[in-house]
Structure formats: C-alpha cells, structure tokens
Write a new protein. Structure first.
Length: 193
C-alpha cells in the first residue's frame, strides 16, 4: 500500500519540477534574445550612404599597410568576403569586372577577408587567381567598425572617403552594382577627372 501511495506523489512532484525547468529555460531564452538584440544594435551600427569611412590601418597581404587615407583621391570599392561563403565566391567575377571596367576613373578595390582564418582567406584569393590589394588579417575590425556582418558586402566609396552606396549579398548580375559604381566612378570606361 505504501508503494502505490508514494508513486502518484512522486510522479506529480516530477511533473511540477519539469514544468519549473521548462518555464526557467523559456525565460532564459527570452532574456538571452533580448540582451543579444539590444547589445548588437548598440554595438554595431551599419554605416550608410553619406557616412565617412572610419579611420583604419591594417596589414596588407604580402606586406605593407593599408589605411583609410590610402584611397583618398580615387574611388574605391571595399569587398568584404569569407572563404566559406558561396555567395562571396560567386560574386568575385562581377567585382573584378567592375574594377576592370572603371580603371579609367581610377577605381581601386580592397578585398577584406572576415569570419575566417588567414589561411582560408588566402586560399580564397588563390582559388580565384586574384592579385588585388587584400586584407587577410584583422579585417574583422574594419567590418565591425562599418557594421558589416554579412558576406559578401560591397561598399562604394568616393574620392573624399565618403560611402556612396552599399550592396549586401550575392551579386548575381552586374547591373545590381552598376548604380553603386556610377555613384563613385561614373559610367564604365569613364576617364578619371
């Protein structure tokens, strides 16, 4: 008799305890989501058209340093990529076409590797046979300062160092970035002023 009287009580206590655990877990998940959301918004504010590029100094692949001042006087395209990102791989051909088509206007590109190891970022550049100025160490600090969290992201910066256009995501068609290019370098084939 004692056994049958204890079993329902133990089962009821177990259910109550499980309900408490579920409620606590749900409350913790909601609290985490709220803290993460508000912390991310306060911590990373994406720069937009009209904002100046922030000051930076980063080591270049192969030696030397690149700073925010190096691009002044010429339009610049910043391509933030990750080696694990299929959209970064699929966008490279359009980025290089953009640079080649606007060389007459002095357009230069800086590839900024983020969210990956130095070795993987180097492999990305080798795979695509890219001989362009690139940052494979420390690029995440620049990405954080401009609010880039998604790869690929392309910034179009004018000769004064002001962001004129931002394109986030895979470049499927060259026309997707034509407006950004023209905002900093004029139409394709245009000569530098």
């Amino acid at each position: 008799m004692t056994h049958s009287a204890v079993a329902p009580l133990a089962a009821g206590g177990w259910r109550r305890r499980m309900n408490q655990v579920i409620v606590l877990a749900a409350a913790a998940a909601v609290a985490h989501a709220l803290v993460t959301h508000f912390t991310a918004e306060e911590h990373v504010k994406a720069l937009v058209a009209g904002d100046a590029m922030p000051a930076f100094s980063l080591p270049l692949r192969g030696g030397g340093t690149v700073t925010d001042k190096d691009g002044l006087g010429a339009p610049r395209l910043y391509f933030f990529y990750a080696s694990w990102c299929p959209c970064s791989h699929q966008s490279v051909e359009k980025i290089m076409r953009a640079v080649d088509g606007h060389r007459g206007a002095g357009l230069t590109a800086l590839f900024v590797g983020i969210q990956d190891s130095t070795e993987q970022l180097e492999m990305f550049l080798r795979k695509h046979k890219l001989d362009v100025p690139a940052v494979v160490e420390g690029g995440q600090s620049l990405a954080d300062s401009v609010g880039v969290g998604i790869t690929p992201t392309t910034l179009f910066v004018d000769k004064e160092g002001v962001i004129r256009s931002v394109f986030v995501g895979k470049i499927e068609e060259y026309g997707q970035i034509a407006g950004g290019l023209e905002s900093v370098a004029g139409p394709a084939g245009a000569a530098a002023p």
